[in-house]
Ligand binder design. Structure first.
Ligand code: FES
Length: 146
């Protein structure tokens, strides 16, 4: 299988069966993101342990395959991180999606490198980063409230 096909397969699998889809009751963080140009809409929910460690992230919303798959991956890869680690990771991911940094494949989550395929389509980068920006906004708002 060609690498591009592999990327497409991973993205489609996440799109068809997104991980951690659905609301969390009484979340510590809830944030909505909206892409005006296409109408895609995402809401992320975070449950924290000890006001800092991410216990779980869920999402609801509608969007293209890339945005939904990227959000599904986000919910897996950021689980267990502290708020600070998650914000750093999001910044790194955004730099990778701008082509400013090499695409690292996290040891524990290689699937994220499927997003590398999106770099060939600059207009779709916002699809891949919608939920990541949304979550970052939610995390920063939470930090500022503490
Ligand atoms: Fe709307 Fe991808 S087309 S986020």
């Amino acid at each position: 299988m060609q690498l591009e096909e592999l990327y497409q397969t991973i993205i489609l699998e996440h799109y068809k069966e997104p991980h951690n889809f659905g609301e969390i009751k009484n979340p510590d963080i809830e944030e909505r993101g909206y892409n005006e140009s296409c109408g895609d809409d995402v809401k992320v929910f975070v449950k924290l342990i000890n006001e800092n460690k991410i216990d779980s992230i869920n999402f609801i919303g509608k969007g293209c395959a890339i945005s939904q798959a990227s959000t599904s991956m986000l919910t897996d890869v950021l689980k267990g991180k502290s708020i600070e680690e998650a914000i750093d990771f999001i910044e790194n991911f955004k730099s990778m999606m701008k082509g400013e940094k090499d695409f690292i494949s996290e040891n524990d989550f290689e699937e994220l490198s499927a997003m590398k395929g999106v770099l060939q389509f600059p207009v779709r980068v916002k699809c891949a980063t919608l939920a990541w920006n949304t979550l970052k906004n939610g995390l920063i708002k939470y930090q500022n409230k503490q």
